[in-house]
Design a protein around this ligand. Sequence first.
Ligand code: PLP
Length: 623
Amino acid sequence: ADIYGIERWGQGLLKVLESGEVGLVNPLNEEAAPVPLLTVMHELETRGIRAPVLVRVNAFLEHQLRRLNESFAEAIRAADYGGSYRGVFPIKVNQQAEVVDRIVTHGAPYGFGLEAGSKPELLIALSRRLAPDALVICNGIKDAEFVRLAILAQKLGITCVIVLESPRELDTVLAEARALGLEPTLGVRVKLTRQISGKWAESSGDRSAFGMTMNQVVEVLDKLAAEGLSHCLTLQHSHLGSQIPNVNEARMAADEAARVFVELTREGAPLTHLDLGGGLGIDYTGEHRAAPNSVNYSLGEYCANLVETVKFVFDAAEVKHPTLVTESGRATVATSSMLIFNVLEATYYDRATPETAQEGDNHLLQSLAEIPSYVSVARLQECISDATWYREELRALFRRGQIGLREMARAERVYLYAVERIKRVAAELEEVPEEIAEALEGYADIYHGNFSLFQSLPDIWAIDQVHPVMPLQRLGEAPTRRAVLSDITCDSDGKIDRFVLADGVHHALPVHDLREDEPYYLGVFFVGAYQETLGDLHNLFGDTNVVTIDLRADGGYDLLHEVEGDSIAEVLSYVEYDPRDALDAFKARVEAHVSSGGITTAERRELIALFKDSLAGYTYYEH
Ligand code: PLP
C-alpha cells in the first residue's frame, strides 16, 4: 500500500517500484523505465560521491518548464486571449549556475527570461545567453550602478526592464538615462490591496514592503510625462507573495492588477506587459486544499483562471490584451531536486526485553511494571494514561531525592517495555483513534540522519515547511517503526517531525528497523526552491555534494554534473580562519608536547595526518 502517499504528492515524477524502491519516472518519455534512486545512490557512492547528496534531475526541470509554458499557451488558446505569455525565473529562488543555465536552455524555445532582485543577480542575468525575445526584469532596490547597467544592457539587445519600486528610484533612473543619453525601459511595481492567506500574507496588502501606492504611481506618471518619457513605461508588476494556497486569491490579485493596468492605460501609459509576479504554489502534501503546504488548484487551473480573469477586465474596458508575465520561481524548480541522506543510528523509544520491578521498589514502579499484564485493544487508552502517570510520579520522586539512580534507570526500562507492548497492541487496530495516534507519535523513535536541517532544509526550521520524506528502499516491507528525524547538528531544533503520509500530515514517519552493514537512505523531496540559498553553516556543516543527473529514454541515467560539497578547510575559511595557519598552529602545539616528552614522534605523525585529512574532508559524517 502507498502509505507515504507518493501517488498523491509525487506529481507522477516518483513511484514505488516492484523492487520496493523509489523510482524516478521519466516525464519526457513515457516508455522509459523508471530509474531506481537507490541504484543512483549506490553508484554515486562507488564513484566517491557520498551522502548527503543533493540530486537534481534535469528531466524534471525541463518537464516543469514545458508544463508551465504550455499550460499558459493552452489557457491563452482556450480563452482566445489576444496576448502571449513570457515567463521569467526569479534568480533568488535558486541561484546556482547549473540550475539557472538549464532553465535558460530549457526556457529558450518559450522566450523564458530571468528576474533579478539585486545587482549580483543582474550580473548573472546579463551574462547568460538568453533567447532574443526573453525579458530581464529588474526588481528590488537599485543604486545608480545597477540602473546604468540595466539601461546599457539594451545596447546588447537585451530587453531589460527597470521596475520602479518608488518615485525616488525614478530620479536615479532619469539621472542615469540623461547621463548616458539613452532611454530606459520601465515598469512600475504596484502594491495591491488584496491580501493572500498562508505563510507569505505580509507580502501583499497595504503594509507590504515593496511596490507603490496609487498615489505614488500617479506621481511617477506625472514625472515621466514632464520629462517627455511616458512612452518608456511598458510593464506593470505586482507580487502577492509565495505559495498562494487558494486560486481565488490569485484571481483577486490578477483582477485588481488588471484594473490598475487599465487605469494606467487610460492615463496614457503605453503599457504592453502585465507581470503578475510569483506565487504559483506546489502541493507539497498532495492534499489539494488551500493550506500552508498545499494548494487547491492545478497548474492548468492557475493559468486558465489568470488568463480568464485578466481577459474579462480588458474586454470590459476595451483595452488591448497585454503580454502576460509571471515570475514563477517555486513552481519552476521545487520538484527537480531532492536531498538524500543515510541514517546513522536510531534511538528506539521502547524495549523488547521484558523488565520487571524488584522487591523493595517503590509501589509506583510496581504499578508501572503491571501495565503489560493488562494491555489490550480495549484498554489501550487506559494503559497509555497509566504509563504516563506513573512515570511522571516516579520522576517527581527522583527530583525530590526519594528514589535513587538505579531505581530510576529501572523505571525507564520498565516504562519502555510497557510502551513496546502498547505499540504492539495498537498495531492490531484497523483504525487508530486520534488520541491514541497522538500518544503513539509521542512514542516515536529518533532516527539520526546524516544531514543538517539548517544547511539543506532551512524552511522546515524557519517556517514549518513540510516536504515529502520517505525511505528509498524496503518499500515492499511493512515499516515496523515510527520515527522523527534528527539531524547531525547539536541543535534540538535540527529535526523533522512533520511528515506527509497518504492520509495527511503526521508527527512520525513510518520506517524500517535498521540493519547492520546496510545503509538506510531517506529522501526529502521537492527541495529545489529557496533551500539551497537560504541554508546556513550552523555547526559548520557546509554545502552537501550535489549532482545533476538526466533520465535517458532507455531507462538509464547520465551523470551530467557534479559539485563536491564543502571541505572543512573551506568552511573554516568562510568564518575567517586560515586553514594553513590553523594547521601550522596545531603543528606547533603538537611539537611542544613532543619536546616535553608528552607524545612520541610517531604519535605526532598520526595527529598531523589526521588533522590534514580532516581539513581536506567532508563536513558530514564519513564512513
Ligand atoms: N517575484 C518576486 C518579486 C518575489 O519576491 C518572489 C518571491 O517571493 C518571486 C517572484 C517568486 O515567487 P514564487 O517562488 O512563489 O514563484
